[in-house]
Design a protein around this ligand. Structure first.
Ligand code: 3HC
Length: 314
């Protein structure tokens, strides 16, 4: 009898919770929430934070080789922003009752995912343009939708992060546009970067809707307001005209504009490649993991010093 009363109480709480979500209310850290909601948010927000931190690696690779002081300053600022986004998102995830150390352990042990896109190499300066233009462009589409997320700390973090992403996307587009209107060699470099970053950028939005196990819950709880495929379509419709403006060719023979819908249809994404990368077998997964593990080990003395100082103050 006791268990039945307990279940009924839980059900009533879940019903009241869903009514709050449906009314468009924000859920705050101290509010009651179903354990599944909390776990889903920890998964999504921590992987988002991991992506920001790992995302610094491919771009950091070009800071010392930027072609001008202006480009170097913009890239430095961007990489520093990404670090801040990661810390911001780790702090937002901690409001759900998980320790920062646990989150870092999950990343460095390979238990947690981070965005597939950061497992590709940056082979030329044009890659830095392609990342800003395409990867941050994709992130903006995804993250603007997340500014409406039902979990307060996540939605508020997104508002702040999206402001900085716009600068990231603009500086990337400017690099690509400068190269595309430069010498033949520069235009070739820009086209090569587009060829390598286009399809992995589409994969950033996640698997197709009919193979997205988390989306149903996340959309019912208004964490995600659009599906993976809807956001991917928004990205293609926004970026394809930009490539055309720059005189760059998107590497998809099936890409076609439909004036009646003012939208593009495009070719099949290689989901085998996507799964290969998210299972840890992409071109740079091992290198990225080693870099993060090394940084954590080398940073041990800073953590020890900070803890020693804090305990002395206590
Ligand atoms: N890379 C790695 N894993 C991915 C992925 C990707 N691009 N897309 C999906 N996955 C994983 C999911 O994590 C899930 O695995 P899990 O259950 O073990 O965590 C599985 O594939 C199935 O995918 P779902 O569609 O069911 O998962 P979600 O509903 O969580 O959707 C998502 C995936 C669209 C990435 C969503 O999690 C999301 O919007 N996350 C927040 C935004 C984010 O993380 N962006 C990453 C890039 S950050 C960035 O670009 C920073 C910028 O400054 C450069």
């Amino acid at each position: 009898m006791q268990v039945q009363v307990q279940d009924e109480k839980e059900l009533a709480k879940e019903k009241a919770f869903q009514a709050r979500i449906d009314a468009g209310e924000k859920i705050e850290p101290k509010d009651w929430m179903p354990e599944r909601y909390r776990k889903q948010l920890i998964r999504m927000m921590s992987q988002h934070a991991h992506s920001e931190i790992v995302g610094m690696l491919p771009e950091g690779n070009w800071i010392t080789r930027a072609p001008s002081l202006r480009r170097k300053a913009a890239l430095l600022a961007k990489v520093q922003d990404e670090a801040g986004h990661g810390l911001y998102l780790y702090s937002a995830a901690e409001t759900l009752g998980i320790e920062r150390e646990e989150l870092i352990y999950q990343l460095n042990s390979g238990k947690a995912k981070y965005s597939s896109i950061f497992n590709y190499p940056t082979l030329s300066w044009a890659d830095i343009g392609a990342i800003g233009w395409l990867v941050d462009g994709a992130a903006i589409i995804n993250q603007v939708a997340l500014t409406k997320a039902s979990y307060g700390p996540y939605a508020r973090a997104m508002v702040r992060i999206c402001k900085e992403e716009s600068f990231h996307q603009r500086q990337g587009f400017e690099i690509m546009n400068t190269l595309a209107s430069g010498t033949d060699a520069q235009k070739k470099m820009a086209q090569d970067a587009l060829n390598r970053w286009w399809w992995p950028s589409l994969m950033m939005f996640g698997p197709p809707d009919d193979n997205s196990p988390n989306s149903a819950d996340l959309m019912a709880w208004r964490v995600k307001s659009d599906s993976n495929d809807t956001l991917r379509q928004k990205f293609v419709d926004r970026v394809a005209p930009q490539a055309e403006f720059m005189g760059l060719r998107i590497p998809d023979d099936k890409l076609k504009f439909h004036p009646e819908t003012e939208s593009y249809t495009f070719g099949e994404i290689d989901w085998a490649e996507f799964n290969h990368v998210i299972r840890g077998n992409g071109p740079c997964n091992k290198q990225r993991m080693r870099a993060r593990q090394k940084a954590h080990e080398e940073g041990a003395w800073v953590r020890e010093a900070a803890l020693a100082y804090a305990s002395k103050q206590a």
